[in-house]
Design a protein around this ligand. Structure first.
Ligand code: ZN
Length: 499
């Protein structure tokens, strides 16, 4: 049996590989010797739920972790999740317990590293600790590079430094990984890169003339393409360090594209239907005036390209979090329905239904959800007449599992141009005032590239929950678990998962 190298590249997008394949010789040759498919991400396609699903084979509706971090939140660096959800339950732990030697480098969220049959090295999700390695004595031969989710939020002025630093972090991790892979003995290696996602979030609009906030030619026109070329080199280097007797699997937790440029103000829709109560009883109510002033300010800032200034002064606004989500003007207890915050300002979203309130008003829950779904499906952009919604369904029609409660009652996905917003007393569809700060956003379609193995793939589309059973199958390790994912290989054993 061959050994297997899994390379995780956060946010790598299949459409961009297609577009630039001629400049990505290593990815092109691996594809020629194997198979590249579009990988379905978790819902919503955020790094945290998706990587945990990749590690465990368990869908978010079963592992129950949907947290996403919001770069626009000043406190995002304090982001923490409980790694106990997947600790010692990942594909490398199962391989390790089956006697395989593993070498695991920079797995997102899996910090501090734990004991495995081999080596595991990782860094903190954001701040609050330094990179650590198990077993500790390896660090003497291989000094640790910066690891984990080291992040800064660039402004236009600090963009050049951000790009340089991000490229350098990728290079340092790649060199360290090539050194370790060449030095240690292993059957399964997993190296995870987090930098490409950030480059795309912050640089998207500089390389996309179709983006309404494209600034014209700048030195950043090709930054994202350069990042893909850098990753192509990284893939080639890691493959070379592993030797020819190694199968290679490349996966991304989700894709990436232009972030929504328009937003749908779902709470305003709920208010107009009489399902959400605004505390502002009249046009002279201070809460009404505050909400209107906020909306007008955000629009002015967007129109005049003042976002960097706005983000500097925003911290002096008292209670700005409540203001941002219009929480100063709505109270949950009085509402029948409101837009969920669970997926941020993205095309993916949901509506929370207040069942107690429905009951007291004598409204049937299922009828009400049907009405909500009809309303969401009927949404059109008043400027273009274009349909906005791809699908809207009851949560249990989208997912089945033990943690259905982590999702809002109704789920939906819109076209890529649209995102969820919470503003009140405004138009139903407005420009996305935060687009210029974060102009790249996640997409449901990620990358799956399997190369250099003697195994045939089934015909179906791979999903993130299939990665763990497939990896173990390739290693000949049985996956005794009732998780959601199934091996993608033809005629093999790790098939037992549910749909
Ligand atoms: Zn991600």
């Amino acid at each position: 049996m061959k050994r297997l190298l899994v390379i995780g590249i956060d946010g790598m997008d299949p459409r961009l590989i297609d577009r630039w394949e001629g400049d990505l010789p290593n990815l092109a040759s691996l594809t020629a010797k194997g198979s590249r498919r579009v990988l379905r991400s978790a819902f919503p396609p955020d790094s945290v739920p998706s990587w945990i699903t990749i590690y465990t084979g368990e869908s978010p509706v079963n592992h129950g972790v949907l947290e996403s971090f919001n770069y626009l939140d000043k406190n995002f660096k304090q982001f923490r999740i409980d790694e106990g959800v997947f600790r010692e339950r990942t594909f490398w732990d199962i391989a390790s317990r089956a006697g395989k030697k593993v070498c695991v480098i920079n797995p997102f969220l899996a910090y501090p590293p734990w004991e495995v049959n081999g080596c595991m090295v990782s860094g903190p999700v954001f701040e609050g600790g330094e990179a650590k390695i198990f077993p500790g004595d390896i660090a003497a031969r291989h000094p640790l590079p910066p690891l984990g989710g080291i992040v800064d939020f660039p402004t236009r002025k600090t963009l050049a430094g951000f790009v340089e630093r991000t490229e350098s972090l990728t290079r340092q991790l790649a060199e360290f990984s090539a050194g370790l892979l060449g030095d240690l003995e292993w059957d399964l290696a997993f190296v995870c890169f987090l930098t490409l996602d950030r480059t795309q979030h912050f640089l998207w609009r500089f390389g996309d003339p179709e983006d309404p906030t494209y600034p014209g030619p700048t030195p950043y026109e090709e930054t994202i393409k350069r990042a893909y070329r850098q990753f192509d080199t990284v893939v080639g280097d890691l493959a070379a360090a592993s030797g020819s007797d190694t199968g290679i699997l490349i996966v991304s937790d989700h894709g990436h594209g232009r972030r929504c440029t328009r937003v749908v103000n779902f709470n305003e829709l709920m208010r107009r239907r009489g399902w959400l109560v605004s505390k502002a009883r009249s046009r002279f109510d201070h809460r009404y005036l505050l909400e209107r002033a906020k909306n007008a300010t955000l629009q002015f800032v967007y129109d005049h390209n003042l976002e960097d200034w706005m983000f500097r002064v925003a911290r002096f606004i008292p209670n700005r979090k409540a203001l941002k989500k219009s929480a100063h003007i709505v109270s949950w207890g009085e509402n029948l329905a409101q837009a969920s915050y669970f997926a941020g300002t993205n095309p993916f979203g949901g509506i929370e239904v207040n069942r107690e309130r429905l009951k007291s008003e004598g409204v049937d829950y299922e009828d009400f959800r049907d009405t909500l779904i009809r309303e969401i499906l009927a949404l059109e952009d008043p400027d273009t007449g274009k349909r906005i919604t791809r699908w809207a369904r009851r949560r249990e029609d989208v997912h089945k599992g033990k943690r259905l409660d982590v999702y809002p009652d109704v789920l939906f996905e819109m076209e890529e141009d649209y995102g969820v917003n919470w503003a009140l007393h405004t138009d139903l569809v407005t420009n996305n005032p935060t687009h210029r700060k974060i102009s790249g956003g996640h997409a449901m379609e990620g990358v799956f590239l399997l190369s250099g193995v003697d195994a045939d793939l089934q015909d179906r589309q791979p999903a993130v929950q299939d990665i763990a059973p497939t990896v173990l199958d390739l290693l000949g390790v049985e996956f005794e678990s009732d998780v959601d994912g199934r091996s993608l290989l033809v005629g093999t054993r790790n098939q037992s998962g549910a749909d």
